[in-house]
Ligand binder design. Structure first.
Ligand code: PLP
Length: 394
């Protein structure tokens, strides 16, 4: 399929098959996002959990930097049951884009958001009665029943009610609120990548809550616990639903290690261009200050991409003509790379790959983030909106 879709806020356009491109302004830099690969990742990961286990795709943080709406449109065509986001504005954006799938919020709301949650049919996470009060009021006014998911804290100590409170809390909700349906209880792991012992203890704790609720006839339809690591490493934590985030995008859940399923790959290529070729004479500076002073005559390329595009000052290498070259200085809108070792002929406006493959070489987010001491999911989200996203199918 030969189709390119551009989407970003500056160009304010073009999503999936549903809209046409209004302003396809050419840019110097771009992010290419391979939706065919996304589909392959989804199918591989979906098949790791039983067909009767529901699948929530977690799209918080602008779908881990991949673009909330285009990714959601793709998921509408996959065997995905639910979308998970964190902010009401993310859920609202999805509804405004015409997404009809169930949407869950994975973090608490404030009381003033309750009417909007009801209006847009969003399923909130709950860990306090004050919010249920607000939801009951809003859903009574709207004459609707609203689903909620109650979070149980089994050790992360972020959100959630305590395990020993669960039975009483859920009984109270049943008894006092007629417009609230507890669809699920869930928990979240504290360190599943590196602490299996504690994770197993969390699973045991959650199991005990489930058993107590069953005994009291209070168990909701669904229990869920697993994120990416749970999906891959703890099949016993799949329960009735999984919540899959980072690995859908072909990114490692466990920093510094490679253990993605066969065939699951990243979707993103971040590309810039050589805007100028030049020579820095021995003894002269390359860029501001004395960060780089040439020891010998040094042929360089100026890349039109800098930290205002989201590529930080610590960036180490980029690919030109399929070879790794070193970044020697940085600006807000550009960087200088040393091309003295490059045997290949290069020209101005040639493509430069910052993340992804070029020829036989490739630079992964994983590798780049190791150099800059950051996390992959954090770094991708730093790529700013002035870098247009080009979505394509192979
Ligand atoms: C972010 C998040 C997930 C997804 O986590 P990944 O490790 O990216 O799969 C699942 N559940 C909750 C509560 C989250 O906040």
């Amino acid at each position: 399929m030969d189709r390119t879709i551009i989407y970003n806020l500056v160009n304010s356009v073009a999503i999936g098959e549903k809209e046409t491109l209004k302003y396809p302004i050419p840019e110097v830099n771009e992010i290419d996002i391979n939706l065919s690969q996304f589909r392959r990742n989804f199918n591989i990961i979906r098949n790791l959990v039983k067909p009767n286990v529901k699948f929530m795709a977690v799209l918080k943080g602008d779908a881990y930097g991949h673009g909330l709406i285009p990714i959601a449109y793709e998921l509408e065509k996959c065997k995905c049951d639910i979308l998970g986001v964190v902010r009401l504005v993310e859920a609202f954006t999805l509804r405004e884009a015409g997404i009809k799938m169930p949407i869950n919020l994975l973090a608490p709301i404030v009381p003033s958001q309750a009417p909007w949650v009801v209006k847009y049919n969003i399923t909130p996470m709950i860990d306090k009665e004050e919010i249920i009060d607000a939801l009951e009021k809003a859903s009574t006014e709207a004459d609707k029943i609203i689903n909620i998911h109650i979070k149980i804290n089994t050790g992360l100590n972020r959100y959630g009610i305590q395990p020993e409170e669960a039975v009483d809390f859920i009984r109270r909700v049943h008894e006092l609120y007629s417009h609230i349906n507890i669809e699920a209880i869930y928990t979240h792991f504290q360190d599943p990548d590196f602490n299996p012992k504690f994770t197993k203890m969390q699973i045991k704790c959650f199991d005990e809550v489930i058993n107590k609720l069953k005994k009291e006839n209070l168990m909701p339809k669904i229990a869920h616990a697993a994120g990416s690591t749970g999906i891959l490493m703890y099949p016993e934590s799949h329960y009735d639903m999984v919540r899959c985030g980072i690995i859908l995008f072909g990114l490692e859940h466990k920093s510094g290690e490679k253990n993605l399923p066969e065939g699951v790959k990243p979707l993103i290529t971040l590309k810039g261009r050589i805007m100028k070729l030049g020579l820095i004479k021995a003894g002269e500076a390359g860029g501001y200050g004395d960060k780089f002073i040439a020891k010998k005559d040094t042929p360089v390329a100026i890349i039109g991409l800098g930290y205002a595009d989201g590529v930080t000052r610590e960036w180490k290498e980029v690919l030109i003509a399929g070879k790794r070259v070193s970044v020697i200085n940085y600006f807000m809108d550009s960087m200088i790379v040393d091309i003295s070792d490059l045997k290949e002929a290069v020209m101005e406006f040639d493509e430069v790959v910052i993340i992804g493959s070029q020829g036989a070489e490739s630079i992964s987010w994983q590798e780049a983030c190791k150099h800059i001491g950051s996390y992959v999911d954090e770094q991708i989200q730093r790529i700013t909106e002035r870098v247009p996203r080009h979505y394509f199918y192979e």
